[in-house]
Write a protein that binds this ligand. Sequence first.
Ligand SMILES: Nc1ncnc2c1ncn2[C@@H]1O[C@H](COP(=O)(O)OP(=O)(O)O)[C@@H](O)[C@H]1O
Ligand SMILES: [Mg+2]
Length: 495
Amino acid sequence: MHPQRRLYDRKMKSTATFILAGGRSSRMGTDKAFLELGGKPLIASAVELARKVAAEVKIVGDPEKFRAFGPVVKDVYRDCGPLGGIHAALKNTDAEVNLMLAVDLPFLTAPFLDYLLKRAQSAETMVTVPSTGGYFQPLCAVYHKQFADVAERALAKGRNKIDQLFRDVSVDVISEDEMVANGFTVSIFRNLNTPEEWQEARGEFVSRSAYMMGTTRMQEETAYSSPEIAQSIPEPGSEQVERTEEQGPYIQFRDVSKAFGEKHVLTDVGFEVNTGETVCILGRSGVGKSVALQHILGFLRPDSGRVIVAYEDITDYSEKEMERIRKKVTMVFQNGALFDSLTVGENVAFPLRERGDLSEDQILQIVSGLLDMVGVKEMADQLPAELSTGMKRSVAIARALASQPECVLYDEPTTMVDPLMGQLLGDLMKRLKFQLHLTSVVVTHDMRLAKKLADKVVFLHESKVIFYGTYADMEKSDEPIVQEFLELDRLDLGA
Ligand SMILES: Nc1ncnc2c1ncn2[C@@H]1O[C@H](COP(=O)(O)OP(=O)(O)O)[C@@H](O)[C@H]1O
Ligand SMILES: [Mg+2]
């Protein structure tokens, strides 16, 4: 990432986590660490959270007070604020990667910490820190143990401001946009400073637990409550989907052009995806298929032309507006993008927990329905590392579905799996389309998958759409590159 800043080799670095318990809060009139939220003191919740992502968790603070919650590292520079705590932690660590967490960030989630640690593993910088609303989050950040010396010099001079030290060392900043692109909300950094903020947070926690006691939201569950796999799979186009007529297509590219520098990747690209339809984007590697998907999610913007998603013209949408659209349209990433430290079940539960309005029972029920639906129910308690590529992809699909999207985007779903698994994934995608009335866009160069799934095919070549229509019509196309693709597939089948 920053070759000139490279500090160490590319091997797994040892990791430790420290909870900065802090001292008495004058505004709260007590130790924040002992304030309760959700029936537990903050220090207990923080240690519990940290243990989900790291084997070694220590508390930085007064041993007398915190011994009961885990091993404690004593502050050396007391009364110097959190920098003193970070210094104490780094003086007491052998690990290269040290996650520092303030005790009063009760909305942090394990998947985010997992993401942060992974970033730090590959960042090669002294500090890895999220930044939101123009401010660093130094108390949910990762520090190399050498930062101890930087901290010590500053403290000796009476400088306690952590952010200011970031100007003098190599720092990998995780931007708000990156967080959002990876499915996190910046509200996880919400921190509680005044009695009023506490009152409010308690209210939220209470109403959450009230929900867990009994209320159910039946309509939320119905989509997943009958996990029996559909017996007969209709052919593409045989299922009627209501709505839309007056709304127009669910997704539409109108003369979309996109260049990176001199390179024209998309030129006047036009196609549409009606509600409930599956459109496959075909073409050679590097032609711009993934770039097209990035436009649907608003991660890339066209140089000219319009992009319609979820019936809305998103071309000029702000990040905030895109967040709303991305709740309806989700992407199944090729590598699965699963959290390594969470079990299969926890991975699928992740988007459900993020919602914060479902009880644990409801979550477990939905997760089990989803895992069943994608055929990996037995794997619920395993870690992603224990699964084959194809199974990981099934789990990634289940996780994407957990957020109950209207539309799913798949990027090369059958790449790097064996032909049998490829077929199973294709069958799964087809079944989901009909069971859940999903609209889908599938980027692939797998012709058999396209044949199985596509209501329509968009064939990209040299930045343009050279064919757009049904698979059957594509077979009759006299475009040489289209015929080449079909021919290769026939050879493949014979082999
Ligand atoms: N963010 C980017 N900046 C510059 N070039 C890019 C970017 N994203 C993709 N490209 C280039 O656009 C072309 C199409 O890429 P891509 O859509 O990933 O191809 P594929 O059809 O294999 O999915 C490639 O030449 C790629 O290098
Ligand atoms: Mg691609």
